[in-house]
Design a protein around this ligand. Structure first.
Ligand SMILES: *[C@@H]1O[C@H](CO)[C@@H](O)[C@H](O)[C@H]1NC(C)=O
Ligand SMILES: *[C@@H]1O[C@H](CO)[C@@H](O)[C@H](O)[C@H]1NC(C)=O
Ligand SMILES: *[C@@H]1O[C@H](CO)[C@@H](O)[C@H](O)[C@H]1NC(C)=O
Ligand SMILES: *[C@@H]1O[C@H](CO)[C@@H](O)[C@H](O)[C@H]1NC(C)=O
Ligand SMILES: *[C@@H]1O[C@H](CO)[C@@H](O)[C@H](O)[C@H]1NC(C)=O
Ligand SMILES: *[C@@H]1O[C@H](CO)[C@@H](O)[C@H](O)[C@H]1NC(C)=O
Ligand SMILES: *[C@@H]1O[C@H](CO)[C@@H](O)[C@H](O)[C@H]1NC(C)=O
Ligand SMILES: CC(=O)N[C@H]1CO[C@H](CO)[C@@H](O)[C@@H]1O
Length: 387
């Protein structure tokens, strides 16, 4: 089924922070999952044993202390733990682990998400160009908000909802390589995705709601649309709409909020900081999220019933990440020498809202580094695999 390329292991022995001898490996792709049910989907695949080697990485979550890799080390997987703090801590630890040389590694986030029924449906696999920290705002409880507000959230430094970023923290919006995203999308589309009778039934409730008729899809599909991060697992029509609005404004009209999750801006922020020292290549990131549950109720349903009710979309959504993701991995490994080793040249801006990696963001108030990128002192002269 899968034709994994064999290539020699890099085998320089180095000591890690524990004083343990470790071997430096140079994976071609790293799968980033957030919790056990997402990683489980990648275990026990014929011809692809991702548990052939376990590598304990100091700084990883106590729940998920190991990265694991295929025997030829071409593909590895880690589990960050859920929420932004776990994601940022785990990815930062990975960057500085002497067990890995990540300078040419592709990163593929593979996680489930809440799904906006205006854009896509449960069971769908989506690929984001923008990852937006939609809750990085001021917030009033709606019972105490001014009467002219339509939501309790409004941008930090502003006086009313819906405006642009005024006071930049730097993690509001990240943009990834769209050329790579289009390739990943085309490979994923060749997969036959899973669906179940229960999922179809739940999906139909939305297809039949007049407010979603145009956009709700009939069956599991692969979709290009953007993702929103918040530690708060929000739900409901009103917050859904508020975050659609802020995504549109903060991406200057080009982003469409479609999936909700609790990690991606943190993962991207940590990778961006690594890219500043050339430990990773920020143009090698794929943000794949599948719809496990709707982010809001259907017409006539109570918001609380949607959030706390059954989630029949969950099992196809984890399975579909793997079914679609395997196609992407196969393509990257098969075409490594011809295409992927040298990288996919981005034609869009890639990076954060500050312009840290250089270039002029096509969203937000503009580069604070005048298009030249952040001056951090000398970039990495670190020998990969050493401190
Ligand atoms: C690490 O490997 C070197 C070379 O094989 C060996 O001399 C040393 O004792 C090892 N250190 C530990 C802590 O295992
Ligand atoms: C790696 O760890 C998993 C459990 O997390 C285990 O099933 C597997 O056998 C381990 N692999 C090796 C080579 O020890
Ligand atoms: C981590 O990997 C080591 C080495 O294979 C194994 O002994 C340990 O059980 C693993 N831990 C977990 C939580 O899987
Ligand atoms: C989807 O997966 C479930 C459980 O893994 C299986 O029972 C079902 O037959 C699959 N459906 C399709 C259409 O492949
Ligand atoms: C949705 O509409 C379709 C087509 O009219 C119908 O077959 C189905 O029973 C409806 N589902 C629900 C839950 O109302
Ligand atoms: C979203 O924006 C639309 C159009 O500007 C506005 O009518 C609506 O009230 C906003 N919704 C929320 C919840 O902010
Ligand atoms: C994005 O929109 C804001 C206003 O919302 C504007 O100030 C800014 O210049 C725009 N940025 C770009 C790159 O067009
Ligand atoms: C690591 C990081 O940048 N985290 C930020 C992601 O966005 C949230 C708001 O949604 C911030 O609180 C985090 O600081």
């Amino acid at each position: 089924m899968l034709s994994w390329l064999l290539f020699p292991l890099l085998s320089s022995l180095v000591l890690d922070v524990r004083g343990a001898n470790v071997t430096t490996i140079k994976p071609r792709l790293f799968i980033v999952t957030m919790f056990d049910l997402e990683s489980d989907a990648w275990y026990n695949i014929p011809d692809f044993n991702i548990l052939a080697q376990n590598i304990t990485v100091p700084g990883f979550s106590p729940l998920y202390p190991n990265a694991s890799c295929t025997s030829d080390a071409s593909v590895c997987l880690l589990t960050t733990g859920e929420g932004e703090i776990n994601a940022a801590s785990t990815i930062t630890s990975l960057l500085f682990s002497p067990s890995f040389d990540l300078t040419s590694t592709y990163f593929m986030i593979s996680g489930t998400a809440g799904i906006n029924p205006k854009m896509a449906s449960i069971g769908d696999v989506t690929f984001a160009r923008y990852s937006v920290s939609v809750a990085l705002q001021y917030e009033f409880d709606t019972r105490e908000m001014p009467s002219n507000f339509n939501t309790g959230y409004f941008p930090i430094g502003s006086t009313a909802p819906g405006g642009p970023v005024v006071q930049t923290y730097g993690t509001e919006v990240f943009e990834v390589n769209d050329a790579l995203r289009q390739l990943a999308f085309s490979y994923a589309k060749t997969a036959t995705l899973n669906d179940t009778a229960e999922t179809q039934l739940a999906r139909n409730m939305y297809v039949n709601s007049s407010m979603y008729t145009a956009a709700a899809r009939q069956g599991p599909s692969v979709v290009l649309c953007d993702t929103a991060t918040s530690d708060v697992w929000w739900s409901g029509q009103r917050l859904g709409e508020a975050f659609e609005n802020i995504t549109r404004v903060w991406t200057n009209g080009t982003g469409e909020y479609c999936t909700s999750q609790q990690e991606d801006n943190a993962t991207l922020n940590a990778l961006m900081r690594g890219a500043l020292f050339r430990l990773v290549d920020f143009s090698r990131i794929i943000v794949m999220r599948s719809g496990s549950d709707f982010d809001r109720q259907y017409e006539g349903q109570a918001a609380v019933a949607n959030l706390l009710g059954p989630t029949p979309g969950f099992s196809p959504s984890v399975l579909n990440l793997r079914l679609a993701g395997v196609k992407i991995i196969e393509a990257i490994l098969d075409q490594w020498d011809s295409t992927f080793a040298k990288g996919i040249e981005p034609t869009n801006y890639v990076g954060d809202i500050l312009g840290s990696l250089g270039g002029e963001p096509d969203f937000g108030p503009g580069s604070v580094f005048k298009g030249k990128g952040a001056v951090m002192g000398p970039a990495s002269k670190r020998v990969p695999g050493k401190y």
